[in-house]
Design a protein around this ligand. Sequence first.
Ligand code: ADP
Length: 647
Amino acid sequence: MTQETKEFQAETKQLLDLMVHSIYTNKEIFLRELISNASDALDKIRFESLTNQDLLEGNTDFEIFLLPDEASQTLTISDNGIGMTYEEVIENIGTIAKSGTKLFLEKLKEKEANGSDTDLIGQFGVGFYSAFMVADKVTLLTRAPGQTKGIKWESKGDGTYTIEETEKDQRGTTIILKLKEEFHSGEHAEENFTDRYKLEDLIKKYSDYIRYPIKMNFIHEEKPKDADGKPIEDAPATQTIEVRTLNSMSPLWTKNKNEIKPEDYQSFYKNQFHDWEEPLEIIHTKAEGAVEYTTLLFIPSRAPFNFYNRDYTAGIQLYSKHVFIMENCQDLLPEYLRFVRGLVDSADFSLNISRELLQQSKQLKLIGKNLEKSVLKTLDTMLKKDRSKYEKFWQEFGKALKIGVYTDFQNRDKLKDLLLFSSSKEAESLVSLDEYIARMPENQKVIYYATGKDRDSVERLPQMELLREKGLEVLYLLDTVDEFAIEALQEYKEKKFQSVSRGDLQLDDMESPEAKKETEEISKNNEALIKAIKEQLTGKIADVKISNRLKSSAVCLVSDDKGVSIAMEQILSDMNNNMFKANRILELNPNHAVFSTLRNLHETNADSFKDYCDLLYSQALLVEGILPEDPIGFANKIASLMAQSEK
Ligand code: ADP
């Protein structure tokens, strides 16, 4: 096969361009990225060799090797991992197949614009390209096990790369970085990546816990010594080469808690789980008894950009007696805790267990239950002891818990005390259900809530006015999943949830009997009017009622207690689910001037009456944030009304 020159995919080019032009200040992290790729490649061959020994080709000392060379201004990083075939090189290195890349580029530009220095490279898995931050040219030699030929890939980061077959004895990947002038020996070197001691420091700092030895040659020059043991100056020096392992490799979780410094946990977490930020919470426990295991779990500070997408892979790493066996075990923790990162090490796991067998493993189930409990306990303590930290957590992962509430009824009791909501009483902070109950007046029977896209739109709902006047606290459900969670809970501490836009407001104890009687009387006196409106709006609404929840607005749209609410109907319809329809009820404010106008028109002018009914309904829809069914007809009617008022 002859050498081919290929173009990078457009997005890759953009990314390379950013790397080459040094958008990122902390350039030394390229080493961590390449080491972490090498370590992943070693994990893969080790895992596959469990079922196919032949893949190892007799080469079983898994390791990573660094070779700095001042003379050629290069740094070479080799591994005897899984390597890549021709197709894999093109697929993995020539293109960025990941959906996150576009977002990464956008975020980087954003970062450039506002100057913030959050680290993004690892978060978006574009690690390999970080090599171009420090290298003018990158050469990659690789051979997958079982292949007779290796592949040589080379690029200057200028939009194209070459690819050809090559001889390669050892399985795995070798990456040769031709360092840019400012990164090798020389007067102006910012950082010298051919300096062995510098490299040793970097490995200690970023890659100490990598499970495979990271080795490097140290060259010692020594003059021969005379009889007194003094070096003979004129004699030529002899060189001895010492191969040293730079990383400690000792698994952090096996150490005693009191021997571990917070920074140790943090750097381990960042390294192992490719996060740039420190974790919000660390859970490190050793369990003895029915099952024995050690677990080290982390609650991240920030949700990954794709956390709520389908392509996000959750899971816990599994180890058996400190040996890595599986990357993302998803059977351990329930779905709603999928933000938790971490590992479990247990002698009860067997080394080459298949995923299917693992799913049925009793030990795994038992450990999973324990882990779930301890994460929930940690969250509960955080909520009670460090509210601001918990709110930070909630900001990032609260939605996962809320989804958990309605996807599995078994979760309700576990999660209900951990929920937080915005509320009419607190503009800045959030309120738990327990706090809400604790401060509600004695004669309040239900927990009020209102739904909307943000605080402002909820506060402007006509349905809110009366409750505000009565000083009743209302939970604001601003997240699309909130109402589904509330519906699933149904009640909290025997108090039912009551939407301000649904059914009867249950204000009985707070309403004077006279007021109630008055509403009933108005309804009775206007039976014919109500019937006529209902007829005009047939097919659109289920009922028309005199309202006891409106103050200054003329109408509002509510739904009855059964089935879905109007807000839920909208959310479901956005998801292309049109099966569920709310029973819409148009409520009229009898004290509004429009009400008497309607009454007059009903008796005097049938055509205008019909128009007014349609207008009122469209208005009520608009207030709910729903477009009227016939926007043009609506606009025309308004326009002719406006024209009339001129006359
Ligand atoms: P990520 O590691 O986040 O997937 P990278 O850009 O760093 O992103 O690497 C892209 C892909 O290239 C990897 O997923 C892997 O398949 C392949 N790769 C990178 N380095 C190596 C290596 N040393 N050995 C084998 N495959 C590698």
